[in-house]
Design a protein around this ligand. Sequence first.
Ligand SMILES: [Zn+2]
Ligand SMILES: [Zn+2]
Length: 145
Amino acid sequence: MMEELILKVPPGRICIKDGKCPAGHSLMSRDKLLDGKPAIVVEVRLKGRTGTIYLNPFYGKFEYECDLELAQDDIVALSCPTCDASLTVEDTCRLCNIPMFAIHLPDGGQVEACPRIGCHNHSLTIVDLDAQLSRYYEDEIRFKM
Ligand SMILES: [Zn+2]
Ligand SMILES: [Zn+2]
């Protein structure tokens, strides 16, 4: 049976290794590293400008690098750099009341986060717990060593 739960995990413990757009394109950068791991690369739009944003792949870390200048409280629109599909989802941020965006994970899980710069609301949903958790724990152990 599929199980679904939202985890509360401390920042920096889980590294997203296989983030995808809704159409299944990988969002992992081939050449950009953040904290020593491949960054999540996404197309970003703000006020008519388009750029590229690199997100820290560690869940709960909000560092990013972007070629657009982003200010506190800017609300960005994020999409797949390959197919341009929007990453916006129906769930709204309970703090900002705007739609969240999602990075899809293998086996149906996803990371959702708020697209307002400075808002740190986010959640991690994992489906098929056994398979995913064993993978994550493996990472966590390696990360601590
Ligand atoms: Zn895509
Ligand atoms: Zn928010």
